[in-house]
Each structure stands twice: as structure tokens, then as C-alpha cells.
Design a protein around this ligand. Structure first.
Ligand code: BES
Ligand code: ZN
Length: 877
């Protein structure tokens, strides 16, 4: 089957819009069969556009039914406009006029969950990035900003709550129908438009801003979830205060609303004054939500709230600039979480994600710069590179400038560009202008893809008391670019005395940030009395792969003495990585495995060190993940990595058994559940100890786990037990516990999702059979992204041994799912493709199987732009 090749869009082709929309008045007549959208736009020529007499170009999805189109009150005949694919063009229009447009849509049949759709009987919208064009014809691009007024009309009984952006200014009713009119005084692009209508309940609170204005805060959900909203509200208030204190940014409307919906492609969305959240990112209750879930809610609520300034008041000129708002806002939410909880733990978590998933993306067929140069479907570029690497790029600016100059830069940025749609370059320029620093070379972080590699080496001259550090940088080729120019890399360095103290460095401090800008550079440190152990890239000061020829003893020394908490953890990780890489080779060579004494000693030392923060202890004692070891491997040997991890885990479990017991007992608690950082750390250490105990496969520890399951007053402890038992060799106990868990929680959708994930990620043989059976289970819904992610996503992403089964069944399963989802929900289909696109990292037999499935998807029929782009790019390399 041939299909028209979708076009690639290029940043270099950017042109200012020919027309601007001063005001947008929308009227939604919501119905069960059809919904009518009446749009009245005040349109005028953009004085900045050079074209003479341009036509008006509107975006509109092919499914839109156009009922009426008029200019200044005169109905256009079919000859006066042209519909072509996703566009509607009116060739002949005055310099300024009123456009009236009526479209008819069917939200109840919208399975893509873009535009206006229904989630559990309620109407809701998702317009970023290009969803507004599924509602009406409009210049659906972020540099067209307009003042919106929205009237929502619906059945009073079925949809008692009617919401949109801004303030409710008028309401009324007539018979069975009622309506509410909303006005948003802040000009915004269409992607920030939102509407919600449904039978919703809410909690309410208020916040007094730093200038003394009172803001009403409301969080809406279905009645059954009303008891799960308090934590989101508390998180919102903390976020509002933090943005005032750290960035001087105040909220700007009289009301801020959040709505929880169960059908949502992403985590949450920052629509002006009306954020819409996936239930998984806002509902939280001790009985149903695990610790990581609480922390996720806090972070996502903060993230979407922070967008009010970094995204909404100052928005993106075009979608190539996506990281302008996402990278910056991830940096803001990450710093917020660091301030609310443990800074070091947060850094460890962020870096782990970056090193496993973002580095893999940077090394794969979809590699792209933080500011991509082209795309076919923008939805494919909401990536770890744009988000997490984008965050690291902002963090590096913060590191180079220091907190104070960075704040001057952000003040200047918000001030200079308030109400505008701008570029990442404008952001960097504001940072330069406020600080006086030259960031010309630094800008390469936005335009060059790939993960830079730094090779470091040191030498000590005892006579001169000088330590010299040589750094060499390179960056691998990516599909878009073969040759890379050197990056401006901030390398934070400390030097440790033989006693484990920090030397004072030339800058008078214990850490110095080096400006590493050349392909190769030597840095000298003077007045160093004895050969130091360098602590490099402290706090992970740049998103790079750095290697230094440390001995195992030096790594153990850093683990114990480094004043940088992140590097203490990293020393432990790298020690374990090095050891496990050796064992993987042994395994491949058929040698008998043995865990080197150093790792056991390191573990024993950490277990005996009372001075360490519990959260850090549990991070240090967690072995490098399968995903991280895979990313580091030249060729991924799924079975070998899995076998070695299991072997090392079991050895540590058996050798240190009594210590694990002590840790487990010492961290039991009968205090009421609280999701504060200390309690979370205690639970994570306790459940890590339980995991090691279960790895001994002794029946007595199964009893520990079952007792904990029964005694738990919170989901964290209950789910930890469930997962450990379900993933253990105690298969009968596992089945029984899974049944009990489902029976107890079958009415809690988010808990059922966890139940699906636990089964989908179980490493034992036969997981695919189970997953296939669960597709037919009443708990599953093939139209709900959360269910798809919990079952299909978890199987393909968190069950390497079964997904990569020799017989290829895992690949075929995923391909079938993608073929089915391609039509129904292209965004989800395309995201699920991820694991198959990495075929190049596997041995030839697997490469062939994976490619064959990609080819099968390609031949399966008409592909969405989303799937087409990922598929063709991953087959092209
Ligand atoms: N603007 C995005 C949500 C979005 C992305 C909508 C792509 C439509 C298409 C939002 O601000 C966001 O980034 N959400 C993240 C969570 C956040 C904490 C990083 C998400 O949804 O995963
Ligand atoms: Zn965001």
C-alpha cells in the first residue's frame, strides 16, 4: 500500500504569521451525537509580515465538518476557499475583518485524545501541540496569541460543571440546558486553550500572593476520588510560594483550577488557569498511592503550575523551541523537589533517568538536538532530550553563572519577553545580557545532538606540588550530523587529600567549575601537598560520559570521603558497574562467577555507617539497573546482564543476610503513614532489605513479606511486598497474593494499573501468556492510555528477558499492539515503538527479528504521521 509521504518541517523555513487574531470568541454546544463549535475571530494583517496581500491560512483536521464560514458577515461559497489536507485557505481577505466559522465534531468518537474528547463521560480537551485544529479552523501555531472568551453550553443534569480558561463572568440556563461564559484576559496561543464539562466534585482552598491578592484554588475530580485531592492541593500551595521566593513570580488570575481525568495521553497539561491532569499525576492517598506516586504528584503539580510563567506568559515562537518551556520548567520543578525533599536523592534520580533513557535516545535512530532542526510530527519530540537534557542545559547555565546572576537572567527574560512567543536563543541572550557572560559556544548544546564523551587523566608533580588534569572531549556522530564542534562544558572538580579532606582550590573553595571549551585542555592545581584523588563532575555538572582511570580502591575511597553526595553515590555505582561488566564477560565466556570482595566490603561498610542518610544508603545499595548496564554495553546481551544482576544480588543477599535482617527490623515503624522525605527514605531502605532477604529464597522471608502485606496501612509497603513476592520463585504464593490484591482493589483504577504492571514486569518465563490473558481481563481497557502503559508498556519496557525472548514472541506482540493503536491513538502507538527502534544495539539474530516486525508494521496499512516518522527513521540507520 502506498501513501503520500508526510512532509518534514524545518526550523530554517520559519516565517512570521501573515495574520494575527486579536480576539477569539468560542461557543461550544456540547451534545451526545454532535458538538457544534461557533468561532468568531477578529483577524488582521501582521504588520511584520512582508508578503503583499497574503491569503489567510487556517489549520483544520480533515475530520472537521465545516457548516458555515463567513467574512464580515458574508457567507463564503465553496469557491471562495480551499480545503487541502490539514489546511483551509481563503485567498482573498481584507486587511482586517471578522471571521465566523461553525464546525461540527464528535468528541465521543475521538480516541486519539487530542482536541475535544470524552473521558469517563466528561468532556475535556488536550490541545498541545496541534490539537486545537481538531476543534475549529484556526492558525494553530504558538506565535499567534489571542484573547479568548468561551461560552460552554450543555445539559444541566449530565454536565453540572462547565469550565474554561480565565474567570467565569456570566452564566444562565434555559430548560434542560445551562451555560457559563469564561474570559481569559491574557493573550495565549490556541494550544493553551481548555474546556471541561462534567459531573465533577471539587475541593477548594485559597492562596494569598506576595502582593496580597487572594487566589481561589480548586481541584476537580469524579466524586469517588474526592478524598484523594488534598496532597495535590498542598503541593500546589507549596509551588506557588516557591515560585515567589525563588523566582519572584506571582500568579496572575483570581482563580486556578485543576481537573483530574482518567483518559490522558500525557501526565498533565498547563492550560492557562485550568490545568488538566492525568489522574495518575494528581490523585494521592496513603491507602492507594506509593511513595514515588506522592513525589510524582508534587513534582507534576509544580511543573504545570510553573509553566504559568515559563510557557504561558512567555511562550514558544514555534515547536522547535519546545525546550524553551519544557527544559526550563523541568529545571524549575527539579529544583523545587530538591528544596522540598533531599537534594542529593533528587539529583541521583534525575541523573539515573538521564543516563539510562536519554543517553540511549541520544545514541539511537531518533537522536536530535535539544532544539530539533526538523520534524514530521511534533508529538514525537516530547522527548527525554527536549525535557531532561534541556533541563541539564539550563542547569549548566545556572552552574556557569551562579545562582545570583542566573536569577538576574531569569528576571530579565520574563520582563523582556512577557506576553511574547520567543526562542531558546532569546533565553540565552537574556542570561548573557544580565550576567555579562559570553555563551556563544555554549549555544552548541542546543544545536548538536549526541552525548559528549570526556576522557580525563591526572598527573601529580610532587616537587612542584601541582596536580594537572587533562580533559579530552569528543561527541559521536548522530544520524543528523557527522562532525561535532567542541562544547562549552562546566566541569565541577574537587581534590581530596589522602585523609579524605577537600583541598582548598585556586578559587578559595573546595569545588571549582572548569570552563572546558577545547577538544583537549590541561588544568593545573597548585599548592597540592600530596597526590590527590580527584572528584570529577561533581553533582553531575554536565550531561556527559566522563571516564577517569580510577582504581577500585580509589572508588571506595570516594564512596566514603567525597564531600559531594552525588559523587559518593556515583563512586559506588561505577564500582558496581565495573565489577558487573567483568562478570558479564565471565558469563559470556562460560566461566564460573564470583563477586569480588571489594563490592561486598563496600556494601558492608555502607550498611554499618550510621552517619549516612537513609535515602542515600538505599540508593547506594541498589545495583545498577538492567537499563543502565544495557545502555553502557556495546552489544546488549539481555540474558547475560539479567543473570549477572541476579547472581550479584543473590550473593550480596546471602553474604550479608544478618545485616539485611537488622536493617529490616530497625526500619519497621508503627507511626502513621506520612509521605515526608525521612519516612520515604526509611521505607525504601526497609523494602530494599526485604528484597535482598527474599533473594535468599528462604521461606522465613516469604513470611516477612506476607506479614508486611497484611499489616501495611499504606500502599507503599503493601505494593513492595506484592512485587517482591510476585517476582520471586515462590510462584504459588505469588498467584495467591495477586488474586487477593485484585479482589481488594478492583474498584481503584490506579491501583489496578499497578497490579497490571507488577504482572507485566515479572521476569519469570511465561510473562507474555499472562499479559495476553490480561488484555481480555475486565480490568483492562484498550482505549485507556494508563492501562496500555501499565500492561503493554511495562511488558516491553520493564521486562527485558521476556520482551526479548529468543522466539521473537515479544516483538511480534508489540508490533500487533502498535498496528492496532496506530489508527486509534497515534501518539501512544508511536511512543510504544521505542523498544523496537533500538535494534542496532542487539546481536544479529535479534536485530533481524526486530527489523522484521518494524517492516511488518510499515506494510500493515495507512500509517499515522507519528508512527511513520519513528518507523522510517529507525529503519533508515
Ligand atoms: N506541556 C506538557 C504536556 C503535554 C506534552 C501535552 C505533550 C501535550 C503533548 C506538560 O507540561 C508536561 O511536560 N507534562 C509532563 C510531566 C512533567 C512533570 C514533565 C508529562 O505529561 O509527562
Ligand atoms: Zn511541561
Amino acid at each position: 500500500m502506498t501513501q503520500p509521504q508526510p512532509n518534514e518541517i524545518y526550523l530554517k523555513d520559519y516565517q512570521v504569521p501573515a495574520y494575527l487574531i486579536e480576539t477569539t470568541a468560542l461557543r461550544f454546544e456540547l451534545g451526545e451525537e454532535v458538538t457544534r463549535v461557533i468561532a468568531d475571530l477578529k483577524v488582521s494583517r501582521n504588520p511584520e509580515c512582508q508578503q503583499s496581500k497574503p491569503g489567510l491560512q487556517l489549520d483544520g483536521h480533515p475530520d472537521l465538518v465545516l457548516e458555515e464560514l463567513s467574512v464580515d458577515g458574508r457567507c463564503l461559497s465553496a469557491e471562495e476557499y480551499q480545503r487541502d489536507g490539514e489546511q483551509l485557505i481563503i485567498a482573498d481577505v481584507p486587511a482586517s475583518f471578522e471571521l465566523h466559522c461553525v464546525t461540527v465534531i464528535e468528541p465521543q468518537n475521538n480516541t486519539a485524545l487530542e482536541g475535544l474528547y470524552k473521558s469517563d463521560g466528561m468532556f475535556c480537551t488536550q490541545c498541545e501541540a496541534e490539537g486545537f485544529r481538531r476543534i475549529t479552523f484556526y492558525p494553530d501555531r504558538p506565535d499567534v496569541m489571542s484573547v479568548f472568551e468561551t461560552t460552554v453550553v450543555a445539559d444541566k443534569a449530565a454536565y453540572p460543571v462547565l469550565l474554561s480558561n480565565g474567570n467565569a463572568v456570566e452564566r444562565g440556563e434555559e430548560g434542560d440546558v445551562h451555560w457559563v461564559r469564561w474570559q481569559d484576559p491574557f493573550p495565549k496561543p490556541a494550544y493553551l486553550f481548555a474546556l471541561v464539562a462534567g459531573d465533577l466534585k471539587y475541593i477548594e482552598d485559597s492562596f494569598t500572593t506576595m502582593s496580597g491578592r487572594e487566589v481561589k484554588l480548586q481541584i476537580f475530580a469524579e466524586a469517588k476520588d474526592l478524598d484523594k485531592l488534598d496532597y495535590g492541593m498542598a503541593s500546589l500551595k507549596k509551588s506557588m510560594r516557591w515560585d515567589e521566593e525563588v523566582y519572584g513570580r506571582e500568579y496572575d488570575l483570581d482563580i486556578f483550577m485543576v481537573v483530574a481525568v482518567d483518559f490522558f495521553n500525557m501526565g498533565a497539561m498547563e492550560n492557562k488557569g485550568l490545568n488538566i491532569f492525568n489522574t495518575s499525576c494528581v490523585l494521592a492517598h496513603p491507602a492507594t498511592t506509593v511513595d514515588a506516586g506522592f513525589q510524582r504528584v508534587e513534582a507534576v503539580v509544580a511543573h504545570e503550575y510553573f509553566h504559568n510563567w515559563s510557557g504561558n506568559r512567555v511562550t514558544c515562537r514555534d515547536w522547535f523551541q519546545l525546550s524553551l518551556k519544557e527544559g526550563f520548567t523541568v529545571f524549575r520543578d527539579s529544583e523545587f523537589s530538591a528544596d522540598m525533599n533531599s537534594r542529593t536523592v533528587k539529583r541521583v534520580e534525575d541523573v539515573s533517568l538521564l543516563r539510562t533513557a536519554q543517553f540511549a535516545e541520544d545514541a539511537g535512530p531518533m537522536a536530535h538536538p535539544v532544539r530539533p532542526a526538523s520534524f514530521i510530527e511534533i508529538s514525537n519530540f516530547y522527548t527525554l532530550t527536549v525535557y531532561e537534557k534541556g533541563c541539564e542545559v539550563v542547569r549548566m547555565i545556572h552552574t556557569l553563572l551562579g545562582a545570583e546572576e542566573f536569577r538576574k537572567g531569569s528576571d530579565l527574560y520574563f520582563d523582556r519577553h512577557d506576553g511574547q512567543a520567543v526562542t531558546t536563543d532569546d533565553f540565552v541572550k537574556a542570561m548573557e545580557d544580565a550576567s555579562g557572560r559570553d555563551l556563544t559556544q555554549f549555544r552548541r548544546w542546543y544545536s548538536q545532538a549526541g552525548t559528549p564523551v570526556i576522557e580525563a587523566s591526572g598527573s601529580y608533580d610532587a616537587a612542584a606540588k601541582r596536580f594537572s588534569l587533562t580533559l579530552r572531549q569528543s561527541c559521536p556522530a548522530t544520524p543528523d550530523m557527522a562532525e561535532k564542534q567542541p562544547f562549552h562544558i562546566p566541569v565541577a572538580v574537587g581534590l581530596l587529600t589522602p585523609q579524605g579532606q577537600d583541598y582548598l582550590l585556586g578559587n578559595g573553595a573546595t569545588t571549582q567549575v572548569l570552563d572546558f571549551t577545547e577538544a583537549e585542555q590541561v588544568f593545573h592545581f597548585d599548592n597540592i601537598d600530596a597526590a590527590p584523588v580527584p572528584s570529577l563532575l561533581r553533582s553531575f555538572s554536565a550531561p556527559v560520559k566522563l571516564s577517569y582511570p580510577y582504581s577500585r580502591e580509589e572508588r571506595m575511597f570516594l564512596m566514603q570521603h567525597d564531600s559531594d553526595g552525588f559523587n559518593r553515590w556515583d563512586a559506588s555505582q561505577q564500582l558496581a558497574v565495573e565489577i558487573m561488566q567483568g562478570l558479564i564477560e565471565d558469563h559470556q565466556a562460560g566461566k564460573e562467577l564470583q563477586v569480588p570482595e571489594q563490592l561486598i566490603t563496600a556494601y558492608r561498610t555502607v550498611l554499618g555507617d550510621d552517619s549516612l542518610d537513609k535515602a542515600m544508603v538505599s540508593k547506594i545499595l541498589t545495583l545498577p539497573s538492567q537499563a543502565y548496564l544495557s545502555e553502557l554495553a556495546e552489544v546488549i546481551d539481555v540474558e547475560a546482564i539479567h543473570a549477572v544482576r541476579k547472581f550479584v544480588r543473590n550473593s550480596l543477599a546471602n553474604t550479608l543476610e544478618s545485616l539485611w535482617q537488622d536493617v529490616y527490623q530497625a526500619n519497621l515503624s508503627d507511626e502513621a503513614y506520612s509521605p515526608d522525605a525521612d519516612s520515604i527514605a526509611r521505607r525504601s531502605l526497609k523494602n530494599l532489605a526485604l528484597a535482598y532477604l527474599l533473594a535468599t529464597a528462604k521461606d522465613e522471608y516469604l513470611q516477612f513479606a506476607l506479614r508486611q502485606y497484611d499489616a501495611a496501612d499504606n500502599m507503599t509497603d503493601q505494593q513492595a511486598s506484592l512485587t517482591l513476592v510476585a517476582h520471586s520463585e515462590f510462584t504459588d504464593a505469588a498467584d495467591e497474593l495477586l488474586d487477593r490484591f485484585y479482589a481488594a482493589w478492583k474498584d481503584e483504577a490506579l491501583v489496578v494499573n499497578q497490579w497490571l504492571s507488577v504482572q507485566a514486569s515479572a521476569p519469570a518465563e511465561g510473562a507474555l501468556k499472562r499479559v495476553e490473558a490480561l488484555l481480555e481481563h475486565p480490568a483492562y481497557d484498550a482505549k485507556n492510555p494508563n492501562k496500555i502503559r501499565s500492561l503493554v508498556g511495562a511488558f516491553c519496557g520493564q521486562n527485558p528477558v521476556n520482551f526479548h525472548h529468543q522466539d521473537g514472541s515479544g516483538y511480534a506482540f508489540l508490533a500487533d499492539q502498535i498496528i492496532m493503536l496506530n489508527k486509534q491513538n497515534p501518539q501512544i502507538a508511536s511512543r510504544l515503538l521505542g523498544p523496537l527502534t533500538r535494534w542496532k544495539k542487539y546481536a544479529p539474530a535479534r536485530q533481524q527479528q526486530m527489523r522484521a516486525e518494524l517492516e511488518r508494521i510499515k506494510a500493515s496499512g495507512e500509517l499515522s504521521k507519528d508512527v511513520f516518522e519513528v518507523l522510517t527513521k529507525s529503519l533508515a540507520v
